[in-house]
Ligand binder design. Structure first.
Ligand SMILES: C[S@@+](CC[C@H](N)C(=O)[O-])C[C@H]1O[C@@H](n2cnc3c(N)ncnc32)[C@H](O)[C@@H]1O
Length: 222
């Protein structure tokens, strides 16, 4: 596990929690909720932090939530705020989960801490963990935050130096399409004075197969 980042978030947990209100996720959540099947399902939240706001919003709509985080202090807060959430203490990159188990996957302000060289493996895992027809929502860092087209390095956040990494939005889009995702939305949003790319992708209900010369679909048997 990247111990330095785990320690940083353990230190940050209390401050982060106290300042959580600076980042209003209501619009993001409402937009994402519109593209989900309205029946309550099971969401996997990667980098769930203190269990607010995203896990709380799903729980209040009767969804089952599994939250993953590698900060023990964040998970302790999550236990207090969202006792109904199943908590997994793990590095997102070391997770082994059941294929097709989730109706939705969210990763809010977390994936940009993972080195860009691992993003393809991570998004492929998310694709595998989603049910056919499932959707994922994640925040992606871009030049608007780091000042560089492509970046791996340290930026100060709430007085703590944290590792961030991203490729270009164009390379991200191509990576997601190559994995098989449909792109539902890619929007820059300024929330709490910070601009990130907010990406919603879908795993097709009917899987695409490559058949030369014509589009061919078959129903996923699961
Ligand atoms: C900025 S906080 C966001 C928390 C929450 N999603 C929110 O919106 O408040 C990032 C969280 O991701 C977690 N995190 C970052 N990288 C991780 C990794 N590789 N594995 C597990 N958790 C990670 C951190 O511990 C932290 O709780």
């Amino acid at each position: 596990m990247p111990k330095e980042l785990m320690a940083a978030y353990d230190t940050l947990a209390h401050t982060y929690d106290q300042n959580r209100g600076l980042f209003d996720m209501t619009d993001v959540f409402e937009d994402f909720f519109k593209v989900l099947d309205p029946a309550p399902g099971h969401v996997l939240d990667l980098g769930c932090g203190a269990g607010e706001p995203i896990p709380g919003m799903f729980i209040r709509r009767a969804w089952q939530v599994t939250g993953v985080d590698f900060s023990e202090n964040m998970l302790k807060l999550a236990q207090r705020y969202q006792p109904a959430m199943k908590r997994i203490f793990a590095d997102i990159m070391e997770l082994e989960l059941e294929e097709g188990a989730y109706d939705a996957v969210t990763a809010v302000y977390s994936l940009f801490h993972i080195e860009k060289e691992s993003h393809c493996r991570l998004f492929s895992n998310i694709y595998r963990w989603l049910k056919p027809g499932g959707k994922a929502l994640f925040t992606y860092a871009t030049k608007a935050y780091t000042g560089a087209d492509s970046f791996s390095g340290y930026i100060e956040f709430m007085s703590v130096s944290l590792f961030y990494s991203h490729t270009t939005p164009e390379a991200l889009q191509q990576m997601l399409l190559d994995i098989g995702f449909d792109i539902v939305a890619m929007d820059y949003r300024d929330i709490g004075g910070e601009t990130f790319l907010w990406v919603t992708v879908g795993k097709p209900a009917m899987q695409k197969t490559s058949s030369p010369g014509r589009d061919h679909y078959h129903k996923t048997l699961k």
